[in-house]
Ligand binder design. Structure first.
Ligand code: SF4
Length: 370
């Protein structure tokens, strides 16, 4: 399991020092290579690579077009409950935040499906829940998948980490992908941000990716939350985690996401801030490091920045997102998990991508492949 591998192979502080000591020679060596290792990745995200950002952008664009053509896949999230037993200090759904919790019924989920279909030809749906196994456990998630199945070709979930057998069961009910953010790989400080509930268990979360691979989940999405710990160290650990998973679960597809913290009802202020230029550098570095990985941007990022990055390395985007359960049809005023930055309508997102020479793809999976 990766938590054990992480403990025995990598040290947080050593990694931070290594990234910060990278030189222009290291960057040039990495850029000259066809197949990069984690040290090369560290060079490309280091401050020493900042002057090479144009070169990196060109390489990232070429690699993206070679592997993905000019397509950008579009998805929409559907929050089905904000009930949560965890107390992540940066999240508006934190159990200490007093507000009326919502758990959508199957009928309400179906109403959300219809409202989403009225917004655009969405086929990729991401179902999102808080973490409360008593009211929104595997049975509830399975029922939600069954309700959504007739409306969407591709169903992905972003829910609490599950046992292997539950991932396998949901896969049989139409699940295609699972997204889970480790948030931070800093084991020592993880508990500061996740003080209680199941999410406080670093190993259970970290090893969830192995369980997804063992269950045969078709696509696994990874991410760290930018704003908690040193981002260069966190994304290096994530790149290593991806290398580890690729070796063991080679039939699985992978996506990565680097969500920058947004304002929420929690009032938490980020410990670290990543600039647009740094996020662009990281995106290019990840593409050069792993040409096959799907790089996803959400509406946490603003419209102009998303458009710029859509031609240079990003391959998946959300559009029209609401981060409150029932936000499309049922409870338009429920509490959102975080404030979005890009409220552009799905049709305008697609039109802008076309104007940039990209092909927005609403459907890139069919249930016949299941
Ligand atoms: S981040 Fe997820 S697990 Fe943590 S409080 Fe928010 S909804 Fe719950």
């Amino acid at each position: 399991m990766f938590s054990e591998y992480l403990k025995t192979h990598y040290d947080w502080d050593t990694t931070t020092r290594e990234v910060m000591s990278m030189t222009s020679d290291d960057v040039e060596r990495a850029l000259a290579k066809e197949h990069l290792d984690d040290r090369d990745f560290m060079a490309l995200i280091s401050p020493a690579a900042a002057p090479y950002i144009e070169t990196m952008a060109r390489r990232s664009k070429a690699l993206t077009e070679r592997r993905f053509g000019k397509t950008v896949s579009i998805f929409i999230p559907m929050y089905i409950t904000n009930s949560c037993t965890n107390s992540c200090v940066y999240c508006g759904f934190n159990r200490h935040n007093k507000f009326a919790r919502v758990v959508l019924t199957p009928e309400q989920i179906e109403a959300e499906c219809k409202a989403i279909k009225a917004m655009g030809p969405f086929e990729n749906l991401l179902l999102v829940t808080g973490e409360n196994p008593a009211v929104a456990g595997t049975d509830y998630i399975e029922r939600a998948l069954q309700v959504c199945r007739p409306y969407f070709s591709n169903l992905t979930i972003e829910v609490m980490p599950l046992p292997t057998e539950d991932y396998a069961r949901l896969t049989r009910s139409g699940l295609n992908g699972v997204i889970c953010f480790q948030e931070t790989y800093n084991h020592q400080r993880y508990k500061i941000y996740h003080p209680a509930g199941m999410k406080s268990k670093f190993e259970w979360r970290c090893d969830g990716f192995d369980r997804m691979g063992q269950a045969g989940v078709h696509k696994i999405g990874m991410g760290v939350l930018i704003g908690l710990e040193d981002w260069r160290t966190d994304v290096t650990m994530m790149a290593r985690h991806l290398m580890y998973l690729r070796k063991r679960y080679w039939q699985t597809r992978y996506s990565v996401n680097f969500p920058r913290m947004r304002p929420s009802e929690s009032g938490f202020q980020p410990n670290v801030v990543m600039s647009d230029r740094e996020l662009a550098q990281l995106t290019f570095a990840f593409r050069i490091f792993d040409p096959d990985v799907d790089i996803s941007y959400s509406t946490r990022e603003n419209h102009t920045f998303r458009n710029n990055m859509a031609t240079l390395g990003v391959t998946t985007m959300s559009a029209g997102s609401k981060t409150d359960p029932g936000g499309y049809a049922t409870y338009p005023d429920a509490l959102e998990q975080f404030a979005i930055s890009d409220p552009t309508s799905p049709s305008q997102v697609a039109a802008d991508l076309r104007a940039l020479g990209r092909e927005p793809v609403w459907k890139d999976w069919d249930r016949i492949f299941d």
